[in-house]
Design a protein around this ligand. Structure first.
Ligand SMILES: *Cc1c(COP(=O)(O)O)cnc(C)c1O
Length: 477
């Protein structure tokens, strides 16, 4: 046997990693069963993290020269790893921003994984991109943007904000025709903006100028105007973007989009709205008026993995003029030349998603959301959204009716911030730890105006008002 041939083991050597064999059907059955059973748990166990030493003791080393075999690895996941992760879709997971993916979106995520479509280019992923773009169009329509609008699904709000702001900077520099090419940009945002705005500014080496919010935590147009007026003329010329938030992460406040949009337009400044959490509620007519002015954006984001009932990880990034996103982000290389479209041609729908954000290779991560939207229709989305909003209103009434509790802010979307009268920070922590340890709820304290308070974020239409009452009652002890 020559040396070359020996590099190709025959079946008797047991190489099967890339081939179907009799075990693969058994594995397929086990995986599908696990996925379907997990999806149907009602509710799923809340579960809780474990310490590194516990996991080392219980799980040990899983990467071995010979491999554990699929069923053994799956067993370790099922029995040790999965229960060491908190179930984000538990109806009383109310910390941070939870998720509540529909069954259809979760099941279709399996299909997306199995298909492994390269969704960076139209050439390779036309069908997937076509469907993703229809889901994006729904969001474009809800926001009231023109036909030139379009976008791409990226991994999360953090990437969405960064990519939008890079486009804002590109647009600012293009307008200044070279005069700003070596100038640091300035981004104006509120103190209530998400931490990812600061991270984007730092990645872009931009100066973040914070505009003060009013008592209610809202960034007003007056505050933006005042902040801008307070800058030197030279600094004013450096402002490449103003960022408003439609649903702040901590207290759910929607900034004054309409006035800020006018300010941005009058001053030739890019207007970005971070709606990672809140812009999902654009589809709910009972709160649609809160978003007036969003039609003035140059870009906005919303995370389907938060309140649009899709699985991780998925953020819709939308540009008013998709050509700017493309100009700012298209990568150029010999091996990509085949993908380049004629730059002078009007941009059609057949654009490359890779060209619209800070990425290249991407999974078709918008497809689970698309499938759910296509399956259930947009009315079901509006209905599910209204249910969460109504549960929030009912829960806020329960707080008002509880002598031991007080609302800290009036909820505008689905975040409730409340105070347990007489409690110190340690009391909140103790209660929160107990709720998690008992597998009842995951609600962590936050701080608002330097005070430790409780924050509950509802995105799950299956969160039951009676369960909310139970939580509020448990705060009595
Ligand atoms: C969650 C959130 C983000 C960050 O989104 P990721 O998907 O976690 O990266 C940005 N902005 C706001 C307002 C958010 O609520």
């Amino acid at each position: 046997m020559n040396a070359k041939a020996s590099a190709y083991p025959d079946e008797s050597d047991g190489y099967w990693m890339h081939y179907h064999d009799q075990d693969s059907q058994q594995l397929a059955d086990a995986i599908i069963k696990y996925a379907v059973d997990r999806m149907r748990l009602d509710p799923p166990p809340l579960d809780a993290p474990k310490s590194l030493s516990t996991l080392q003791r219980k799980v040990g080393q899983t990467i071995t020269p010979e491999g554990l075999g699929a069923l053994k690895a799956l067993e370790i996941f099922t029995e040790q790893l999965a229960p060491s992760c908190i179930s984000v879709d538990h109806p009383l997971f109310l910390s941070f921003v939870p998720g509540a993916p529909t069954e259809s979106s979760v099941l279709f995520d399996l299909v997306v994984g199995a298909s492994n479509v390269y969704a960076g280019s139209w050439l390779e992923g036309a069908g997937a991109v076509y469907a993703e773009n229809q889901a994006l169009s729904w969001l474009v329509g809800l926001a009231g943007l023109p036909d030139t609008a379009g976008g791409v699904f990226v991994s999360g709000g953090t990437n969405g904000n960064l990519s939008a702001l890079i486009a804002a900077r590109w647009s600012w520099r293009a307008r200044r025709k070279g005069a700003a090419d070596r100038v640091r940009p300035v981004i104006i945002a509120s103190g209530g903006a998400h931490s990812s705005i600061g991270l984007a500014a730092s990645a872009m080496d931009a100066d973040l100028v914070t505009a003060a919010v009013n008592d209610a935590g809202c960034l007003t147009a007056a505050a933006v105007r005042e902040t801008f007026a307070g800058l030197s003329q030279e600094d004013q010329q450096r402002v490449c973007a103003v960022v408003a938030t439609s649903g702040t992460t901590n207290i759910g406040v929607i900034d004054e989009l309409d006035g800020i949009g006018d300010f941005a337009r009058n001053n030739g400044i890019w207007f970005h709205v971070d709606g990672a959490y809140g812009a999902a509620a654009l589809c709910a007519s009972s709160v649609r008026h809160l978003f007036i002015g969003i039609e003035k954006v140059d870009s906005f984001i919303v995370d389907p993995h938060k309140w649009l009932f899709g699985p991780y990880d998925c953020c819709a990034l939308i540009y008013r003029d998709v050509r700017i996103g493309k100009a700012a982000h298209t990568q150029k290389a010999e091996y990509l030349d085949v993908l380049v479209q004629d730059a002078s041609a009007a941009l059609d729908e057949a654009y490359n998603p890779a060209d619209l954000a800070h990425h290249l290779t991407r999974r078709a991560r918008g497809l689970p959301f698309w499938f759910s939207l296509a399956t259930h229709g947009t009315e079901a989305y509006e209905e599910a959204m209204e249910i969460t909003l109504q549960v929030t209103r009912d829960a806020a009434d329960m707080v008002r009716a509880s002598a031991h509790l007080e609302l800290v802010v009036e909820p505008s979307l689905s975040i409730i911030v409340l105070r347990r009268k007489g409690w110190q920070p340690a009391d909140y922590t103790r209660w929160s730890d107990r709720m998690l340890a008992d597998g009842i709820a995951f609600v962590v304290p936050t701080t608002h105006k330097s005070e430790t308070v409780l924050r509950m974020c509802l995105v799950n239409p299956r969160t039951d008002p009676a369960q909310m009452q139970m939580l509020f009652d448990s705060l009595q002890d």
